[in-house]
Design a protein around this ligand. Sequence first.
Ligand SMILES: [Zn+2]
Length: 412
Amino acid sequence: MCRVKESVVTTLLIVGGGAVDDQTVTAAAVRPPSLLPSRGTGHQVVVELLLHGPLTRGELGLALGLTPGSVTRAVRPLLDAGVAAELDVVLGPGLGRPVTPIELVLDRDVVVGVKITAARVWGVVAGLRAEVLHEASVELPSTDPVVVADAVADIVRQLLSQCPDTAVHGVGVSVGGQVDGAGRVRTAPLLGWVDVDLGGALRQRLALPVVVDNDVVSLVRAERWLGAARDLDRFALVTIGAGLGYALVVDRVILELPSSARSPIAHVPLGIGDGVCDEGHRGCASSVLATAAVLARAAGALGRGGDVSLDDLLAAHASGHAEATAVVEEAAEALGALLALVADLAWPRAIVVTGDGIGLALASRDVVDAAMRARRAADAEPVTVDLQATGFTRWARGAAVAAVETFVVGAR
Ligand SMILES: [Zn+2]
């Protein structure tokens, strides 16, 4: 995959009164088109194989409600084009009649995913099953929308230059804020944005299809597709970091909020600690669990000014610093209380917890679990809590999944 193979084209330059010159130019920007069908039964087969493959013709027929003849007619062009292949014959169920599973050949189709934070832009180029092929990140000198759009366009070009012979289905960009269907960011508090046409700015710069997505929704897309929660009918995702994010998936549908800019869990009352959030709540989730609140208490505990990182706090906790441990455990208790609320009100089978503040939970998992248990009824249905230490690459991968869902699965 991503073999380096430059297309070479020859152009004729006509100069002045008809003098002709040959010039050979390297056209790395010339990319092959995708051979995947974007509509009709062929597209349905591709999506089914993408989500569930490899599958036999019989399984495809059952899943799509197609006759054997229709399946054969849909599959043949895919085999002929080389975008699908027959695997080795296996014995089928029941009487064990030999069957031939079919799988997609996806080594020439990619998407790009980009996650924007206030400090950096993180990007990946990924295959259609969101396997990361290349990754890169770049620091942002400011969050000015023009600066950010330029940085995103640069990182997309840089990533795609590493796989010039691939077909690019589109670019997914995730941002912490409220985004409309056209890619306009209504608000993004951590970037200081109000009504920024990020999608339009990127389409202009890249000449590629672009979808802009809320970052937590993108992350939950990746969990639903590929993560531990893939086979669960109902799961929740909680992110802890600069903000507190929440998403709920029911029967594989992500319940999207009317406004995803304001996290529904950021200000729920937990009654823990004596901190006050910027909205004046004492003991709400943000006042005790958001990174800024944790670091403010860490600075006091470690006897420093404002220059304390989460890593500093966790290192002090690991070395037995009692005050640092108190700060970490207060945050862990708050997380446990928050997860108890999610478990009792949304009834998920599992809760995935991630985000750049996840180190707090990993460092005191027992406190998280105990606080969650203590706040729930003794006979409450247990809920699996999956703490995932993930970097921003995973968020960028979520944005890549948004591109797959929009431009491959949703293609018509
Ligand atoms: Zn609050």
